[in-house]
Write a protein that binds this ligand. Structure first.
Ligand SMILES: [Zn+2]
Length: 355
């Protein structure tokens, strides 16, 4: 028996080591520079993807995690989990916890902003007219990407809506659109699942973001849309909202993965990728480069631990399993009612008002 265990460990370690070797070779080659140089016309897409490659690092600050746990009503979330367990459920504890966090986040914690409220009359309807945007302040501790400018025509007051990216700041402002929602939710998710939990940010090229976590009991990545309080419904966008999409890409701690097939579940809703990128090989090649670097970075973070190679092996197995399963279709659970977050006018202007 010991002999078999030794053999298993030797094989596991060898596989992890050879994958690390390959990753090292890939990252040391000039491939990324060449890729960027050869795709000048795709600069926007390339820089977006590179910019998000390590987005989950934004949720690792221990102070932010403590602040998150202090800010949310944990008792309420755990009460919700207890109630569901008493009702009887097939979901495991971790899945229930995430379900309750989603529910709490949408209904008790965060608010949607289509247009900001006037500070004087407190209305955010037709009285608020857009007046363009301005650049973020310097210094920019809240990581504001842009400041949207509005004016209340009733009161003659200017209203700014800074688009904040810093997750800890969002624990205070508790409002925004999908970017702010997902950013803040990811921090809470990390805080609740702990350092061992796997989370990832999902970016869509047609102006939406959501996220996923890895369910230990179901052994798979589960779709979460914090804006909609939706758990595990990858058909939400194409079949429910009727949204057309080109790319959906998942950015995790250890690897990046093209999730377009998982989320673009209706062929009619697939925007021709050739209309957004000059070369269909660009995204897979870019992801390969990023993943080589991420695997090495992950290994560096625990290389002196005795289980380091085993952990690399586990990540590779997770990645490979996912590659095989990604196109497995899942039946839609929700009715085609369209998007719930945002006003009807706003959602229909985005082509998300239902199929
Ligand atoms: Zn006003």
């Amino acid at each position: 028996m010991d002999h078999l265990q030794d053999l298993k460990k030797a094989l596991t370690d060898a596989y992890a080591q050879s994958s690390l070797q390959k990753a090292l070779k890939t990252s040391q080659s000039k491939s990324l520079e060449i890729l960027i140089r050869n795709h000048q016309q795709d600069q926007r897409l390339i820089s977006t993807i590179l910019h998000m490659a390590d987005v989950t690092d934004n949720y690792n600050d221990p102070n932010d995690i403590d602040l998150a746990l202090d800010t949310i009503n944990l008792a309420k979330i755990y009460e919700g989990v207890d109630a569901r367990e008493k009702e009887g459920t097939k979901l495991a504890y971790q899945d229930l916890l995430v379900t309750e966090l989603l529910h709490y986040f949408k209904h008790d914690f965060f608010t949607w902003v289509t247009k900001p409220k006037c500070p004087q009359c407190h209305n955010d309807g037709d009285n608020i007219e857009p007046k363009g945007s301005s650049t973020p302040p310097t210094p920019n501790p809240d990581e504001i990407s842009v400041v949207e400018n509005y004016r209340c025509v009733e009161c003659g007051v200017n209203v700014d809506f800074p688009r904040i990216n810093k997750p800890a700041k969002l624990l205070v402002t508790r409002s925004g659109r999908c970017g702010e929602w997902v950013n803040c939710f990811m921090l809470l998710l990390r805080a609740l699942l702990g350092a061992e939990g796997h989370i990832r940010y999902v970016w869509n090229n047609e102006d939406h973001v959501w996220c996923e976590f890895y369910s230990d009991s179901q052994q798979r990545w589960i779709h979460l849309d914090p804006c909609e309080d939706v758990f595990d419904d990858p058909n939400l966008y194409c079949q429910n909202w009727g949204k057309k999409m080109s790319y959906c890409i998942g950015f995790g701690d250890s690897y990046v993965v093209d999730l377009s097939e998982k989320y673009i579940t209706n062929k009619d809703k697939q925007i021709d990728k050739k209309s957004v990128v000059s070369d269909l090989q660009l995204v897979p090649q870019l992801i390969k480069q990023i993943n080589a670097r991420k695997l090495l970075k992950t290994y560096e973070s625990f290389r002196y631990e005795s289980t380091a190679l085993q952990r690399i092996y586990d990540i590779l197995v997770m990645f490979n399993n996912e590659q095989m399963k990604i196109s497995t279709p899942v039946a839609s659970k929700t009715e085609a009612v369209g998007r719930q977050s945002g006003t009807a006018e706003w959602t229909s202007s985005r082509g998300e008002g239902g199929s």
